[in-house]
Design a protein around this ligand. Sequence first.
Ligand SMILES: [Cu+2]
Length: 237
Amino acid sequence: MKLNQTLASLIGFAVTLQFTTAANLTGKVTLGGNAPAEKEITPLKDDATCGKLLGGAAPMTKFFVVGANKELADVIVVVKGLEGKSTGAAAAPAVMDQKGCIYSPQILAVQTGQKISVKNSDPVMHNVHTVPVASGNKEENKGQGPGAPDLTFSIPTAENFVKFKCDVHPWMFAWVTVVDHPYFAITGKDGSFTIKDVPPGKYKVVAMHRKGAPTGVEKEIEVKADGATSDFVIEVK
Ligand SMILES: [Cu+2]
């Protein structure tokens, strides 16, 4: 009897577990065609202070992070139609660093109202100047000397690829996409993404690369109780 009860509760637990961990939307993004060559950031190389921080590394742009089999990183994949579900400031802060007079990462995605913590790991003065365009998002510009505390930003309205720049170093850019819910992901170096715990349903899902079509590539996807898989091909220029 006892064994049966234990078994029954174990099976119940397994079923619950399956439902709570299910509904992940996964997939892979690959590059269609070819990507332009990266360019040398000559002013960084020639900068008296920042140039020394390179440690021999080539000061190249990193617009197109493409794997051996055309896996495309830095693609933001967003489920549409779930707006208004942002967890805002309750979400763990996203972190961006300034290291070697370059932003890391250069492509980031956050929820509306989520904190973005910006570090300065350089022995150099930077300033972080945000240039949003959506109404409701305001431009900000904060200086940050060497060893200064982290800066905190938070962007209230959804907007794709909000520009972050440094006015001291005109090659420094990062692009922060702001989504009004947590159902998004950024592809890694293997081109893959996982959007966790999507409520089952039919959705439009968009995959966007900053150097791709501004509207991204959109697909209709049904997320069932056991999740869904969808792959994208993106062209860039
Ligand atoms: Cu700077």
